[in-house]
Ligand binder design. Structure first.
Ligand SMILES: NC(=O)c1ccc[n+]([C@@H]2O[C@H](COP(=O)([O-])OP(=O)(O)OC[C@H]3O[C@@H](n4cnc5c(N)ncnc54)[C@H](O)[C@@H]3O)[C@@H](O)[C@H]2O)c1
Length: 355
């Protein structure tokens, strides 16, 4: 068994729940590798991921053991594993702009005292902080990134507030000699990786793409929060830039979260449309519907990102981890087609590539 990877998690929503349940499931069933992109990454297996600290603001989660908080309301993803008591209590972080006007109708902030996040990170000897705050939490994300910097630990940014892709933040992490990767996790087989790969295929095969759109609906708090268009600017930039980078000409496109349908829970439904012209200027039209359980789709990649960042920590690398970011995130410092990004990531973890 490899060494442990000590992670702290900001927010115990559906994505954290799927990550923790999945890591537990694969720990208990080491013969079952279905759904993992790789069982062993840089010497680390899913069972090596250990949660040592967790922060949230919801009164349903703060003060509970992580194993209970991941099943607390309003989380509504599916259950794949019963997680035993972990001996890690969810602590109250500062709310700042984390709870927007929609989430605020559902989540009641805990009355517990806010903790000193940097101190908790140090006391628990966390090696990296995984950020899962809600979309639009610009100030709270910057706060957590700063806490990681001051505690001297790595930072993985699963959400579309730009940290790993911002030169100013890259420099701040490089100055502290710690690694950062992000931004905005690109799910294992989700809307973005499918859409960008299809656009690349159309362009490579000589089709002139006249236009494309991607509509997404879901029934969880992530989608409820994203009804607030004011919180969505970076999300639209992140999702659109990933697809845009696959063509060397401007394609009219509209991409983003589209609606909240409460009874579909954590299922996410995505509709992709691509229209263009091939040989003889003959029209071609593709309509695709993709249905996934959103949180597990993100966890399938975060389990790789965490192990990749740990490899970076072991090698004492610092600043923006470019191949981890290109493979695991929608808005990385360097945007790459999917196959190139996967190759870069695997070369990085195998030690054939610097970062
Ligand atoms: N496939 C995916 O699910 C996917 C893909 C890309 C990005 N993301 C992003 O990952 C993030 C997490 O998604 P999720 O579905 O787990 O969200 P969620 O809505 O289920 O959970 C958000 C959690 O944040 C907590 N919170 C709010 N403000 C806080 C603060 N200031 N400090 C600490 N906790 C706070 C809430 O109480 C809640 O527990 C979202 O930003 C989402 O857009 C998810």
């Amino acid at each position: 068994m490899g060494k442990k990877i000590r992670i702290a998690i900001a927010c115990l929503g559906n994505c954290a729940s799927a990550l923790i349940q999945g890591a537990h499931y694969y720990s208990k069933n080491p013969q079952d590798t279905v759904g993992l992109t790789a069982y062993n990454i840089g010497g680390y297996e899913p069972r090596d991921v250990e949660v040592v600290a967790a922060f949230d603001v919801a009164d349903t989660k703060v003060g509970k053991d992580v194993s209970e908080a991941i099943f607390a309301r309003p989380n509504n993803t599916i259950t794949v594993a019963q997680v035993p008591q972990m001996g890690v209590t969810v602590q109250r972080g500062p709310a700042m702009d984390g709870v927007g006007r929609h989430l605020g109708q559902i989540v009641t902030p805990s009355k517990d005292q806010e903790v000193d996040v940097k101190k908790v990170l140090k006391d628990t000897e966390a090696e990296m902080l995984v950020n899962y705050l809600p979309v639009g939490s610009t100030n709270a994300v910057r706060y957590y990134a700063t806490q990681a910097l001051e505690a001297g630990i790595g930072f993985l940014n699963a959400i579309p507030v730009f940290i790993a892709s911002e030169p100013k933040w890259q420099q701040a992490f490089a100055d502290k000699k710690i690694p950062v990767a992000g931004d905005d996790v690109m799910s294992q087989l989700g809307a973005t990786v499918v859409h960008k790969t299809l656009i690349k295929l159309f362009v490579d095969r000589g089709v002139l793409v006249d236009g494309t759109y991607q509509l997404n609906i879901g029934g969880d708090m992530d989608f409820y929060n994203m009804l607030d268009e004011e919180r969505l600017e970076d999300k639209r930039i992140s999702k659109t830039s990933a697809v845009k980078a696959m063509a060397d000409y401007d394609i009219p496109m509209r991409i983003g979260p589209s609606d909240y349908v409460d009874f579909i829970d954590n299922e996410k439904i995505c509709y992709i449309n691509i229209e263009g012209k091939y040989f003889g200027k003959i029209p071609i039209k593709l309509d695709l519907k993709l249905k996934v359980i959103d949180a597990y789709n993100s966890a399938g990649i975060m389990i790789d990102a965490i192990r990749g960042l740990k490899v970076g920590l072991d090698r004492k690398l610092y600043g923006a981890m470019t191949s981890i970011s290109s493979y695991c995130f929608k808005h990385p410092p360097i945007q790459m087609p999917y196959t190139e990004a996967k190759k870069a990531f695997m070369e990085f973890v195998e030690g054939k590539r610097d970062r």
